[in-house]
Design a binder for this molecule. Structure first.
Ligand SMILES: [Fe+2]
Ligand SMILES: [Fe+2]
Length: 494
């Protein structure tokens, strides 16, 4: 007689036992497992919404891989890449340098939840998550390396995490904080709930839709196989939060969400935001970042938060929503200007029709960010390229590792939020970044950001010192993705 899954699943995965040779505390050290002291009997109530057996898991994953790897042959992918729009090239170059090492980091994060989680169901799901993240790393490395013969930027799929490039430092600071330096419960709430459930739909569903419209079917297929795993393992967060709430730790859970949601938002805004609104070729853009955020983050994430009986993060209305309209536009300017310091060749994405689109999606764009682009456009038209490569060092946020920015134009109100501690002045891009630091100064205070390291004399001397420090050979440094062709339309217009 065949047993149904429901007949044996709970018994098979209930692998908790009472330790006899070591204490429970030695088996599950609180600083790794659960600093809140919630009893094991409570963690045993963890009930995963997605139930899967190893046999079914392997079969499904195999089918996904076969599908994604066989969409197109390597040769035709290379041909596709060669002919691709410069904006799409920017997007692929940036994606494959920025994403695979975060996937690989997630392997470690899930493996730690598998070892130190106190609930058997939680460990079981995290175990599948570990396998998922190995696959995400492998498939993205494979797809990136297919382009290596035509573009050195794809070397960064593997090289990136081993450098102190400033973009990579910014990512590492965020993901080390939420994935690698906290106990299993906190890391799972921050990673599985805020990061994966909150944001990965943006990178994988929304971007996949754009990729399909652009005709990059293999990239779209790859993104879809990743997202179908996220949909399962991101669910680890909800039952965990429920157990914390049931055991009087609601405020602690809320704070973990508030911190991690903001941290991940800044990363997604700066990287995915410019991919959606500046890099994706205009004809294939499905929605703006703002529309995607309202579809995938505001609505869905808040629904999950409310369903658990938690509140939206305290900064939602006053800081998060305005940031959705502005932050990535400001970052795009900095990323284009400091292009030599990036492994990808960024496009400006502000030709006349693109500006019309930006103005339509973000009313007021022309009078604010557009004014800065007017100056950049003019300088390029006059052949003054040196003026589009700023010499002064930017101010960078001690939390995000990204440039301190504001909204240019009449309502210019960039504000440096400072904090003095132990003889050092810290600069923050927002009150939320500063608030995160204040929650646990010991966690963050010794870190030196990119500019701090420069000022401290940690980089090699000479004009190339900064690049040597970032491990960037001259041919790896970014240039304008269209080789300044985007200003031609302005020349014709005047
Ligand atoms: Fe992943
Ligand atoms: Fe994941």
């Amino acid at each position: 007689m065949d047993l149904k899954l429901s007949d044996w699943y709970d018994i098979a995965r209930d692998t908790n036992w009472t330790p006899r040779y070591v204490t429970e505390e030695a088996l599950f050290p609180p600083q790794f497992s659960d600093p809140h002291g919630i009893p094991v009997s409570e963690w045993e109530k963890f009930d995963e919404p997605y139930k899967v057996t190893y046999r079914d898991y392997v079969r499904t994953q195999r089918e996904k891989d076969v599908g994604a790897y066989s969409v197109k042959s390597a040769l035709s992918r290379v041909e596709f890449y060669k002919k691709a729009d410069p904006g799409w090239k920017s997007l692929l170059q940036m994606h494959f340098g920025a994403v695979p090492f975060v996937e690989y980091g997630s392997v470690s994060a899930f493996a730690r939840i598998t070892r130190f989680g106190k609930g058997p169901g939680m460990r079981n799901m995290a175990n599948f998550g570990t396998l998922d993240e190995i696959r995400h790393t492998q498939i993205q490395m494979f797809f990136a390396y297919e382009f290596l013969s035509v573009d050195r930027a794809f070397d960064w799929a593997h090289k990136a995490p081993n450098t102190d490039n400033w973009v990579i430092m910014s990512e590492r600071h965020c993901f080390d904080d939420i994935e690698h330096t906290r106990d299993a419960v906190s890391a799972a709430i921050m990673t599985n709930f805020s990061f994966e459930q909150g944001f990965t739909n943006l990178q994988f569903i929304a971007l996949s839709a754009d990729a399909k419209r652009y005709g990059d079917y293999s990239f779209a297929a790859m993104l879809q196989t990743v997202q179908s795993d996220e949909a399962r393992h991101s669910q680890i967060g909800e039952p965990l939060i429920q157990i914390m709430i049931d055991n009087g730790k609601k405020a602690e859970a809320q704070k973990l969400i508030d911190i991690s949601f903001w941290r991940v938002w800044k990363q997604f805004s700066a990287l995915s935001g410019i991919a959606f609104d500046y890099y994706t070729p205009l004809a294939q853009r499905e929605s703006s970042l703002k529309e995607f955020v309202h579809e995938f983050v505001t609505t869905q994430f808040l629904r999950n938060v409310n369903a658990l009986g938690l509140e939206k993060p305290w900064y939602w209305d006053e800081h998060f929503l305005p940031d959705v309209d502005t932050f990535h536009h400001a970052q795009q300017i900095g990323i284009y200007l400091y292009r030599e310091t990036e492994w990808w060749d960024p496009v400006a994405g502000v030709s006349p029709p693109e500006r019309d689109w930006l103005e339509q999606k973000y009313p007021g764009w022309n009078d604010t960010f557009g004014q800065v682009w007017d100056v950049i456009t003019d300088n390029i038209r006059q052949g003054r390229l040196d003026r589009t490569k700023p010499r002064p060092l930017p101010m960078m946020c001690a939390m995000t590792g990204l440039e301190l920015t504001g909204v240019p134009g009449k309502h210019w109100k960039v504000k440096d939020h400072t904090l003095d501690l132990d003889g050092r002045r810290y600069h923050f891009g927002s009150v939320v970044d500063k608030w995160i630091f204040e929650q646990e100064p010991a966690r963050y205070k010794k870190y030196l950001g990119f500019i701090d390291r420069f000022v401290a004399g940690q980089m090699p001397p000479g004009p190339d010192g900064v690049f040597e420090y970032m491990n960037m050979a001259p041919e790896e440094r970014g240039t304008c993705g269209t080789n300044y062709a985007w200003v031609e339309a302005f020349r014709l217009a005047s």
